[in-house]
Write a protein that binds this ligand. Sequence first.
Ligand code: M6R
Length: 369
Amino acid sequence: EKGGFDTFMRKEIHEQPAAVADTLRGRIDESGQIVLDEVRMSDQDFRDIDKVFIIACGTSYHAGLVTKYAIEHWTRIPCEVELASEFRYRDPVLDRSTLVVAISQSGETMDTLMAVRHAKDQKARVLSISNTVGSTIPRESDAVLYTRAGIEVAVASTKAFLTQLAACYLVGLHLAQVRGIKYADEVSAVLDELVAAPGKIAKVIEDLEPVRQMARDCASAQRVLFIGRHVGYPVALEGALKLKELAYLHAEGFAAGELKHGPISLIEEGTPVIAIVPSPRGRSLLHDKIISNIQEVKARGAKVIAVCEEGDRITKAHADLVITTPASPTLLAPLLTAVPLQEFAAELATALGRDIDQPRNLAKSVTVE
Ligand code: M6R
């Protein structure tokens, strides 16, 4: 049942190209229009939206954070992202023209469900993104877009996360298409790249051996830090969450710009720092900034692992290990850069003797508060 892999998590990491391809299948027509008929929201419904709120927990929240960058850039509609457990206990400003997107792999997370009810009480329109057909959150939502990751057994979310990103990109691009398109060329180019993503994810998966080796080398670390900017920031948060939950090791993700505001004091000789480097194409300013951040942590003794786009000028002179991912538009890069971090966490946790499919104290579906 593990398909030749030692654990479900490793099997699920390898299933990611197919899971993303399945999630896109049939949702982009031959003329390059996104077809989301199944969600039963008309184009006019999408045009009426003037604000988006994304609510989720854990890894699904990280997918939401990435989506904010994409939706605001492609559509210019304001988009907020909030942990469901916070959203449900406050008074968010919502109305009929607010689209609330609830992301939940299981469709049963109690806080997310309660947040959905809270949003519906205020007449917002709720679209859920879920991997579980017929689960409670989709049933209580106005509309649903299913990810097609297949059953995810390992507690740590991997393929569900990548398919959530794919589904969220579809929603963002669909919103852009139905609303008169300011970035028409960019949207169609991004769609082509989205369709190409599964092949690129497969390429990343083929090249994971150096990550595994580095993960074993880091197994005696006291803590591991992850830094990123722009969409690399939620990827850093996700990398840290994976490591915490699997290895029981202190791990934190930071916006790289925050380093000097506190976290840099955590760095000691040998502290592993994983930097998610934005593509030097397009966002060269951000790229320069992260190189400075890498130099700052390196000067304080950090062991730096840089995850960057192939062809990047970052070399062994900057980082102890350079992991490259295929070129991709910045907003889609998380589909690729998250993968080495999944493997890093799985391998480091395995080196520490952890049960990576069933970490202590955790359940696959959090149906209690
Ligand atoms: O089923 P959901 O997507 O609502 O679950 C949310 C979180 O409990 C989940 O993503 C959790 O953080 C994962 N175990 C992380 O790998």
